[in-house]
Design a protein around this ligand. Structure first.
Ligand SMILES: NC(=O)c1ccc[n+]([C@@H]2O[C@H](COP(=O)([O-])OP(=O)(O)OC[C@H]3O[C@@H](n4cnc5c(N)ncnc54)[C@H](OP(=O)(O)O)[C@@H]3O)[C@@H](O)[C@H]2O)c1
Length: 322
């Protein structure tokens, strides 16, 4: 099942980098936090440009600083029922836009947090179509929390929402498998799976066919491996991958970001891939994904750069909030 009605637009826009100046990435330089109003205006402009380019699926979360509020404000300038908003619950943003903050977000998968965050997010209705557990894990026990699951089933029915989970980490396939089995009143609860997938972490491929067979929606996040797909001297073990990506980028007249996004679109059929652009320039580069396709040989070569989740995730954990 896909989200964007426009067949030529397969990207959705993620708002993680639009709601907080600091975000997990490979940037070396710190970003400027001094003018939040300018930051907000620029982020608003990215939403607007994405919309004008045909994007209709927008992913947000209360954990993304001012993102949910910004999406709400932006929606009020629109009158278009084709806009679909996905949000989440389970993380609270705690950094207060302080560049030196030690803790940026706090996870809590309780019924109280669900109720508290829903109270704000419900303002996104009727555009709100997808409601997700932010980073479901086995450790928080959220997939066994009867109170939470029943409340999600109520929201699903009352507001015709699709209920989803987002997953990260070495055991994301195990978490997806467990979520697939969750039923409330003999009905499967989860319809949408927002997963990490790129040519470095291909673990999704072990379960994507099953998800597609079950008519679940797949939304791909971290398609650029948080920036690790861009040539970077701190990752010399990816040098072969970098030179192949640069060769492909030159051939297709796009950036390596578009190559990585296209890889996801072509290898997971009917998926929605999230652009994580933090500014207009990046968005325009990401949108070039619509201008070309990769050959099967090129896809096979990209697949050969796979690393195991046990290598991928510790490297991801070392990334800083910059
Ligand atoms: N549910 C979850 O737990 C979860 C976790 C992560 C993401 N997400 C969702 O998925 C979306 C996308 O994921 P993501 O942003 O984390 O990862 P990503 O797409 O792998 O990486 C995005 C980063 O790549 C860089 N970038 C993008 N386009 C670029 C370009 N053309 N040139 C140079 N750099 C470029 C930017 O970094 P700089 O800003 O440093 O330039 C941007 O922040 C998020 O917005 C969010 O909606 C959800």
């Amino acid at each position: 099942m896909t989200f964007n009605k426009n067949k030529n637009m397969k990207l959705g826009l993620g708002t993680a980098a639009l709601g907080r100046p600091q975000y997990i990435n490979v940037r070396v330089e710190d970003c400027d936090n001094s003018n939040l109003e300018t930051f907000r205006k620029e982020s608003f402009q990215v939403l607007e440009e994405a919309y004008n380019s045909g994007v209709r699926y927008f992913d947000t979360a209360p954990g993304y600083g001012l993102a949910e509020e910004l999406v709400l404000e932006w929606l009020q300038t629109k009158n278009d029922s084709s806009i679909k908003i996905a949000t989440k619950w389970g993380y609270t943003y705690t950094a207060n836009f302080d560049p030196n903050a030690k803790i940026h977000e706090v996870k809590e998968h309780s019924l109280a947090k669900l109720n508290e965050q829903w109270n704000f997010s419900k303002q996104l209705l009727p555009h709100l179509k997808v409601y997700q557990i932010h980073s479901a894990t086995l450790e928080t026990g959220v997939l066994e929390n009867k109170g939470v699951l029943e409340q999600l089933a109520i929201l699903k029915k009352e507001h015709r929402l699709k209920i989803g989970i987002t997953t990260s980490g070495t055991n994301q396939v195990e978490v997806i498998r467990k979520a697939l089995d969750v039923t409330i009143n003999e009905e499967r609860l989860f319809d949408v799976f927002q997963v990490t997938y790129n040519f470095l972490d291909q673990s999704l491929l072990t379960i994507s066919d099953e998800l597609i067979r079950e008519n679940k929606s797949i939304v791909i996040k971290e398609a650029l491996a948080n920036g690790r797909i861009f040539s970077n001297k701190n990752y010399p073990h990816y040098n072969k991958m970098y030179s192949f990506l640069e060769q492909l980028a030159l051939k297709h007249n796009v950036g390596t970001d578009a190559i990585a996004l296209q890889y996801c679109l072509q290898t997971i059929s009917k998926s929605t891939v999230l652009s994580g652009a933090s500014n207009s320039k990046q968005l325009q580069e990401n949108l070039k994904v619509n201008s070309f396709s990769l050959s099967s040989l090129e896809i096979e070569k990209l697949k050969s750069f796979k690393v195991s989740p046990e290598v991928y995730w510790p490297e991801r954990k070392q990334l800083q909030w910059n």
